[in-house]
Design a protein around this ligand. Structure first.
Ligand code: GN1
Ligand code: MG
Length: 353
């Protein structure tokens, strides 16, 4: 750690670090000065997931340059350069990134009131709005095919072929449910074929704890966790908010009775997101807003179940059925979302007005 910090010009012995946040993928630390109120966020990039971490830095830098020119007042969490002017420190094959800690900020793990949902959704909407017009040429995906639903479905089929036989045999009902929702893949492929459906630079991980809220006013200050900031489609961000803000019970919960879409949260998050992005969305994008829910909930459920059948190689688990329960949880959430289709479509129409 001393070596990592010194590569960023922080004198060893002057700073204390401890683990921070609750992400599945990277290791995150809060680095605090022992002598002032200076703080940083330090992340060790998971190179099993991000095979080419330089792509992350490229994307963040392109976004940062564009925003500095076009939206100079926007708070964007750039990476701090090393003393050798690199966007990351590379030590024994491990990539480390440092960024400033935003003053007076805090994060929450679940959206527990409508203001939080609205604020977080406007924060991600503002990012999309401010990045509108950024040329995507030369930008690459930090995880190839990350939100490609067809690919995720194929990976699921592959796991059914080659995965843990006992686990697969015991979960036929859940497997049938996931196979039975395959039509969403076609829906996704149609979007890719639609020339009026733009690619944008989007965040791809819009969980509420990736929004920094002002700890006194609750207003959103900035968004963080920019590893998956890469070309994609607008419903990736919207869908992950639907998936993670609208149920009282999180994806970790086994209290399936209470895994439910709360319509007032749907309303708040659509209003927040569209308050920023509404004027720039194309008609094709607007037509796809309801699909944002199934797109992300279904994809995440497939990813959890795939990982369960593959003996938990991707998501860290705390007990044997952990990924299985996550996949069950997402199936319940998806069913509830679909049950409320008419009400949700009405709320979307209203928020678009
Ligand atoms: C992972 O690491 P974290 O918690 O930010 C995953 C997301 C999933 C999420 C599910 C790179 O995000 O796609 O939605 O877990 N990120 C990656 O909790 O796979
Ligand atoms: Mg993340």
């Amino acid at each position: 750690m001393e070596e990592v910090l010194s590569q960023f010009g922080l004198s060893p012995g002057t700073y204390t670090h401890h683990r921070f946040g609750s992400g599945h993928i990277n290791n995150t630390f809060l680095v605090t000065s022992n002598f002032s109120d200076e703080k940083f966020i330090l992340q060790k990039i998971n190179t099993y997931v991000f095979k080419d971490p330089e792509i992350i830095s490229e994307n963040i830098e392109k976004a940062s340059d564009f925003l500095k020119i076009n939206h100079p007042d926007y708070t964007f969490i750039h990476s701090i350069k090393t003393v050798d002017d690199k966007p990351y420190a590379l030590i024994d094959g491990a990539y480390w990134r440092l960024s400033p800690f935003i003053k007076s900020s805090q994060t929450v793990n679940i959206a527990s009131n409508l203001l939080q949902a609205y604020e977080a959704a406007s924060a991600f909407g503002r990012l999309t709005k401010n990045l509108h017009g950024l040329p995507l040429k030369g930008l690459r995906e930090s995880i190839p095919g990350f939100h490609n639903l067809e690919l995720r479905f194929m990976q699921f089929q592959e796991a059914l072929q080659n995965g843990n036989k006992e686990r697969i045999a015991a979960e036929q009902e859940l497997t049938s449910f996931y196979l039975g929702q395959e039509h969403w893949v076609q829906y996704y492929n149609d979007i890719l074929k639609d020339e009026k459906y733009p690619k944008r630079l989007v965040h791809h991980d819009t969980k509420i704890n990736n929004v920094l809220l002002n700890k006194d006013t609750g207003k959103a200050l900035a968004v963080c966790d920019l590893d998956t900031l890469m070309p994609g489609i607008v419903i990736s961000d919207l869908g992950d908010m639907i998936r993670t803000y609208t149920s009282v019970e999180s994806e970790e919960s086994v209290d399936f009775e209470n895994v439910k879409v709360r319509l007032d949260y749907i309303k708040a998050l659509f209003e927040g997101f569209l308050s920023q992005t509404g004027p720039l969305l194309t008609d094709s994008e607007k037509k796809s807003l309801f699909f944002a829910g199934p797109f992300l909930i279904y994809m995440q459920g497939l990813r959890f179940l795939t990982d369960y059948f593959n003996d938990d190689v991707y998501y860290p688990v705390k007990y044997t059925e952990h990924n299985l329960n996550r996949a069950r949880n997402q199936a319940v959430l998806l069913e509830d979302y679909l049950k409320k289709e008419n009400e949700i479509k009405r709320l979307i129409e209203e928020a678009l007005r």
